[in-house]
Design a binder for this molecule. Structure first.
Ligand code: AHR
Length: 500
């Protein structure tokens, strides 16, 4: 059976916020050390930043980059990470049983963003696990106040004359999780987040603040947590966070392919909870969603890896090597975010390099693209403009976890020049899926590109030995005729169809 939908510029979701294509750098494993930062590497610049990695990050098209954690932030002392490198302390990182050398810190993070280019924007998390209001204010003053106070002058003395201008701040990380250092109840966290937000706004009311939502939709406190936290913080914050990871080894293949069903319901449930609190408060304000950690993650392997560590520096941790199937699911998760671009206005692929990442490096060696690199890069490049409302009529399949799910998952984005890009996933592992799209009121006459990521081997990966094994390929036979797009989506495929 054929899958169908209609595109009509009269029916739109929202304009895509560029922040939807954010990512995340945590002090975890080799994300920073030997990932983005490796003094002595043949491509390293004078600051120790690997230029081969920077080039790949630019190609990936990431915008906002969240830092420095993650679970790491709940033990983070920002002042350890500034000033002369030789006097920075070595610290235990409780989250990842590692030793943090602080050779890369706040100033280096800002310099890294500047080198990436103007699209790269800071998103700084503050420690509300083991610290509180005072330390948040000190960090904000150090980072953002121009000069003339003890902490802003300290930044200048450290060599950063210009303030960092950090606008987007996360009020802690995953505070609902018992694994989090300084884990809190919703009441405790809600109060602390409100106090911190109020104080930070006394320095600068122009900042944007993200309150911690749930670590996954399956947390026992889910929804109640958001409601209680927002009851305290509704007028003080701009976003509530969502985190979701999908583990291929924890579920059957068909359910894994339908992971975006969970992501979309998570988003819709958080929107409902935010709006419920807003209605109770009789507020006109809407809270937006910051999906500031999302990805495929073979999570079941992580606990064993971390629990045996004896405080090494930059160990190999969470270095998942992604398959074609993983990339198709990641594409589907991107589709889910775009389909909710009216409320999801920040999203960060977790993470950027080596640690559950689209880019992998070898110390002293090359850097290469994982399979998941491609859907992200294509969505960031072509997913800019207005999301069109897509309601699919699709054949379905059975999944253990979600029951009946559509075989087709799709969205479409109309650029300012009138061209349209359709992003589509065929979740069938065995069958090609014919697609027909009615193009109403759109002046589109031709297909400029149909690219697909799929492979005869769904487990194919890019590795050090074979870094270019998997890449998108062109698809023939896709047409626009009489206002109708017709295509065939290969089994288990991520598709980008560009129309002009
Ligand atoms: O991204 C890896 C970890 O996942 C982060 O540190 C934490 O916030 C989440 O549990």
């Amino acid at each position: 059976r054929t899958a169908r939908f209609t595109l009509d510029p009269a029916f739109t979701v929202a304009r895509v916020n560029p922040r939807l294509f954010g990512s995340f750098v945590e002090h975890l494993g080799r994300c920073v050390y030997t990932g983005i930062f490796e003094p002595g590497h043949p491509t390293a610049d004078e600051a120790g930043l690997r230029q081969d990695v920077l080039d790949l990050i630019r190609e990936l098209g990431v915008t906002t980059i969240r830092y420095p954690g993650g679970n790491f932030v709940s033990g983070y002392k920002w002042e350890d990470s500034v000033g002369p490198v030789e006097s920075r302390p070595r610290r235990l990182d409780l989250a990842w049983r590692s030793t943090e050398t602080n050779r890369f810190g706040l100033s280096e993070y800002i310099a890294f963003l500047k080198k990436l280019g103007p699209q790269a924007e800071p998103m700084m998390a503050i420690n509300l696990g083991t610290r509180g209001v005072a330390e948040a204010l000190e960090l904000q003053e150090y980072a953002n106040h121009p000069s003339g106070t003890a902490l802003s002058d300290l930044r200048v003395a450290h060599g950063d004359k210009d303030p960092f201008g950090i606008r987007l701040w996360c009020l802690g990380n995953e505070m609902d999780g018992p694994w989090q250092t300084g884990h809190k109840t919703a009441e405790e966290y809600g109060r602390l987040a409100a106090e911190t937000a109020r104080a930070m706004r006394q320095i600068d009311n122009g900042i944007e603040l993200v309150a911690c939502g749930s670590s996954t939709q399956s947390m026992p406190t889910f929804a109640e947590w958001e409601a209680k936290v927002l009851a305290e913080t509704y007028d003080l914050v701009d976003y509530i966070s969502l985190h979701a990871y999908y583990d291929p080894s924890a579920t059957d293949a068909d359910s894994f392919l339908a992971s975006a069903v969970d992501m979309e319901s998570f988003i819709e449930n958080v929107v409902a909870t935010c709006d419920h609190v807003g209605a109770r408060l009789k507020s006109k304000k809407k809270i937006n969603l910051s999906f500031d950690e999302w990805n495929v993650w073979y999570m079941s392997r992580t606990h064993d890896q971390v629990s045996v560590l004896d405080w090494p520096e930059a160990p190999r941790l969470l270095e998942d090597n992604y398959t074609v199937t993983d990339a198709v699911v990641l594409g589907s998760l991107l589709i889910a975010l775009l389909r909710h671009a009216d409320r999801v206005t920040v999203a960060c692929l977790a993470q950027l390099v080596n640690v559950i990442a689209p880019i992998t490096t070898e110390p002293g060696g090359p850097a290469w693209r994982q399979t998941t690199f491609f859907p992200f890069a294509q969505a960031s490049k072509h997913g800019r403009g207005e999301v069109l409302d897509v309601r699919v009529d699709s054949p379905v399949y059975e999944t253990e976890k979600y029951g009946e799910a559509d075989l087709l998952h799709a969205t479409a984005v109309r650029a300012d020049d009138g061209t349209v890009t359709v992003f589509a996933v065929n979740r069938s592992r065995t069958e090609a899926l014919p697609l027909e799209v009615a193009l109403n009121g759109l002046d589109l006459t031709r297909v400029t590109e149909h690219s697909a990521l799929s492979d005869a081997d769904p487990d194919a990966r890019n590795t050090l030995a074979e870094p270019d094994r998997v890449a998108p390929h062109p698809v023939d036979g896709t047409r626009v005729e009489d206002g109708r797009l017709t295509a065939v989506l290969e089994p288990l495929s991520w598709n980008v169809i560009r129309l002009a």
